[in-house]
Structures are given as C-alpha cells and as structure tokens.
Design a protein around this ligand. Structure first.
Ligand code: ADP
Ligand code: ADP
Length: 227
C-alpha cells in the first residue's frame, strides 16, 4: 500500500457560451498508507470531481497527485493502480459477475485471474452469484460487485463514492461491517465519499469536510461531530 498526497488540485470546467465553473479550487490532502478518509460536503462542492481527477477519469486543471513517491498526473487510469467504485456501478450487462470482476485483470494469466476473482468473491460474499449477469442482481449485490472489481487488482489507493447508497438499512449495516473488516484486513489507502454521518463515524480514521471546492475542516470523526 502507498500513501496519497494531493497538492493544490484545481478543476475549472469551461463550456463555450457558459460561465466557467471552478469546481475544485485548491484541494490539499494527505492520506497515510492504510488510512481511510471520509470525504463529506454539500452536493456540488466538488467531491466527485476530486475523485475523478485522482482516478484519472478527468484531467486536473492544475495541481499534483502523488501515490507513494510518484506523481500520477497525466497517466491514464489503467496505469494509476487506483481502484474505484462509483455510485453508478457501471457494470457491463453482457458479462457475468465473475467476468465483470476480472475485467481489470486482462493482462494476467487465466489461472491467476481465476484465483484472484475467487479470492475476492469469497471475501465479499459473491461466490454464489459469480455466474449471474448484473441485470438480475439487487442493488446491494451490484454495489458489492463494483467493490470486488475495485479491489481485485490490489490497488495502491481505493476510491469509493457513496458505496452504501441504494441499500436498505439492513443491507447498509451488513455492508458497512464488511467494509470495515476488509479495510482492517487488507489496509487500503482509501477515500470514501459519503453524506452519512454514521458511515463516517464507523468507518473513517479521519473526516475531511469539503465546501465550495476546498477543504474546510479536517479531523477525527469525534472532533468533527463533537458539536
Ligand atoms: P459533488 O460531488 O460534491 O456533488 P461535483 O464534483 O459533482 O460535486 O460538482 C462540483 C461542481 O462542478 C458543481 O457545480 C457541478 O455542477 C460542476 N460540474 C461537475 N461536472 C461538470 C461538468 N462535466 N461540466 C461542468 N460543470 C460540472
Ligand atoms: P498471489 O496471487 O500473488 O499468489 P495470494 O492470492 O496467495 O497471492 O495472496 C497473497 C496475499 O495477498 C494474501 O495475504 C492475501 O490475503 C492478500 N490479498 C489477497 N487479495 C487481496 C486484495 N484484493 N487486496 C489486498 N491483498 C490481497
């Protein structure tokens, strides 16, 4: 695992005939190796844009993103070794669950791929549905498949955008417990976007509150929610 360091990250959206949108205006954050940071803030404050820039799904206007000792700015997503599970699961409907999970492992040998998929499926409780296609799955199951796909490559950094949304209260409890267990066991360097205080309290080592494109507050969950 590696640490993650983000310095003065900025994103300005420029659309012809429209005013510029300064979505991220100088975001600074260091995440220790194995640390889970909860990222909170009102809708539109720049959380998703920040995650997309870290993942390489969107170019940063300026700023630096380091994973371990190397900058990943300018690298395509597949060369960043960053696992992402975003709110719209983006599973490929024609592929089975196991093929969806294996998608990031194409460069590997078939035997190794099978072993890794089986291992991750076992950890996340997907073994029974590996041959199913996404269409018939519940939203909770889809969310777990997206999580499995995000971690199967053993990424240096894990980015989770509202991983427990779309779940009912019972599923949310179960999945939250599983996430914490996974995190403790595998120790991912993680940023988790959430609007759920309980989720942040139970999962995050530190909480970062974002507002209007910048970090407004950083602290342990107890410090942030003390008042
Ligand atoms: P959050 O995830 O915190 O809800 P976003 O990162 O989605 O916030 O959005 C931050 C700001 O950037 C918002 O004002 C949003 O409307 C704007 N924005 C996001 N994506 C685009 C885009 N592709 N083009 C123009 N503006 C965008
Ligand atoms: P390999 O595929 O390199 O032979 P193994 O499957 O035997 O490795 O697992 C090696 C170690 O990696 C084990 O300690 C296992 O718990 C850990 N591991 C397995 N899957 C993951 C994962 N998705 N992320 C991080 N560590 C993992």
């Amino acid at each position: 695992m590696s640490d993650l360091a983000i310095r003065d990250l900025r994103k300005t959206y420029r659309t012809k005939g429209r005013p510029e949108v300064h979505a991220v205006r100088g975001f600074d954050l260091e995440v220790d190796s194995g640390e889970l940071v909860g990222l909170l803030g009102p809708s539109g404050c720049g959380k998703s844009t920040t995650l997309r820039m870290i993942a390489g799904l969107e170019d940063a206007t300026s700023g630096d993103i380091r994973v371990g000792s190397s900058s990943v700015v300018g690298l395509p997503p597949q060369r960043r070794n960053i696992g992402v599970a975003f709110e719209n699961y983006a599973l490929y409907p024609p592929l089975s669950v196991s093929e969806n999970i294996a998608f990031g492992l194409r460069a590997r040998g078939k035997g190794d791929r099978k072993k890794r998929v089986a291992d991750v499926a076992h950890r996340i409780g997907l073994t029974d549905i590996l041959d199913a296609t996404p269409v018939g799955l519940s939203s909770g199951q889809k969310q777990r498949v997206a999580l499995a796909r995000a971690i199967v490559r053993r990424p240096d950094v894990l980015l989770l955008d509202e991983p427990l949304s779309h779940l009912d209260a019972g599923q949310r409890d179960t999945t939250r417990r599983e996430l914490r267990h996974l995190q403790q066991e595998l120790g991912y360097t993680t940023i988790l976007v959430t609007h759920d205080q309980e989720e942040a309290l139970s999962l995050a080592d530190r909480v970062v509150v974002m507002n209007d494109g910048v970090v407004q507050q950083v602290g342990t969950p107890d410090e942030i929610y003390d008042d």
